[in-house]
Design a protein around this ligand. Structure first.
Ligand code: 13P
Length: 280
């Protein structure tokens, strides 16, 4: 069933675990994720980058996400990831999103607060919670990371915006890490304490060593994003099928193996973050 962001994050907070949030790109990746969530009886977030929302792809994939959520026996939130402005937020809501991220992390703190509060008020009017970001989570290809999220600034941000959950920079980055990251777990605890326990979000979930993911969840991470792993797993599955002499070129049959590969990845991540068996 489709649920909103605050409901699904509330489940994780009440149970001290983390919701896996999978970035999807086509119907096949939606199918892989939802099959895993059903099998593991896990609540999941399925999210779209704003690029897909701005291009034609979102128009076709959003209904697939909503269909998956409607059919599923587990809670599913359809979330906009890294919304850069009100335009993408409105488009995502029109496509049926039940969770919104507004990312003002490259702006000044005052501007980020003003933009995020505006989106929180707007989405709140229709009962939808918002994820904000403070401390910009960049790419593994950036020359350097920005300064890690400051607990004091996070406290002000949370108080003045009313976000449902907060993405933080604690040594994480988007993409395949060139060497394993070293997450600042003490900072996760300090941000939780300073903010009165706001649920925290870990972006860049592909390739973080399992022990660090578990330590981050124990310290207060309640949503972890996984994007690059979904892409690579789907692409690997496609190449494996292409190289299989017994393959069928009927595209629906061709896609069965890539879908199964995405399902296996999603099952692994669901178990890693402790979301299995939590749907009720
Ligand atoms: P990865 O692509 O590194 O898994 O990060 C995904 C993400 O954080 C999406 O916002």
């Amino acid at each position: 069933m489709l649920v909103n962001l605050q409901t699904i994050i509330g489940m994780a907070e009440a149970g001290n675990y983390c919701i896996p949030a999978f970035n999807v790109y086509n119907t096949e990746t939606v199918m892989g994720v939802i099959k895993a969530a059903e099998e593991a009886k896990a609540p999941v977030i399925i999210q779209l980058y704003p690029r897909l929302i701005n291009e034609e792809v979102g128009y076709y994939v959003a209904p697939a996400i909503l269909a998956a959520a409607a059919k599923a026996t587990v809670p599913v939130c359809f979330h906009l990831d890294h919304g850069p402005s009100e335009a993408e937020v409105v488009k995502a809501l029109k496509l049926g999103a039940s969770g919104i991220m507004i990312d003002g992390s490259t702006k000044s703190l005052d501007e980020n607060i003003a933009l995020t509060k505006h989106i929180v008020d707007m989405c709140g009017a229709i009962g939808i919670g918002v994820e904000g970001e403070i401390g910009h989570v960049g790419s593994v290809n950036d020359d350097a990371m920005d300064e890690f999220t400051s607990p004091e600034e996070a406290a002000r941000f949370v108080k003045e915006t009313g976000v449902t959950c907060l993405a933080v920079l604690i040594g994480n980055a988007h993409g395949h890490y060139k060497k394993p990251p070293k997450l600042d777990i003490e900072r996760v605890k300090a941000i939780r304490e300073a903010t009165g326990g706001i649920p925290l979000v870990l972006h860049g979930g592909s390739g973080i060593p399992d022990e660090q993911v578990k330590a981050a969840i124990a310290a207060g991470i309640r949503k972890m994003n996984i994007g690059t792993d979904v892409c690579c797993t789907f692409a690997d599955g496609t190449l494996e099928t292409l190289n299989d002499p017994k393959r069928s070129l009927a595209v629906d049959l061709f896609m069965k193996h890539p879908i199964e590969r995405v399902k296996a990845l999603a099952l692994d991540k669901i178990r890693l973050v402790g979301a299995d068996g939590r749907a009720n």
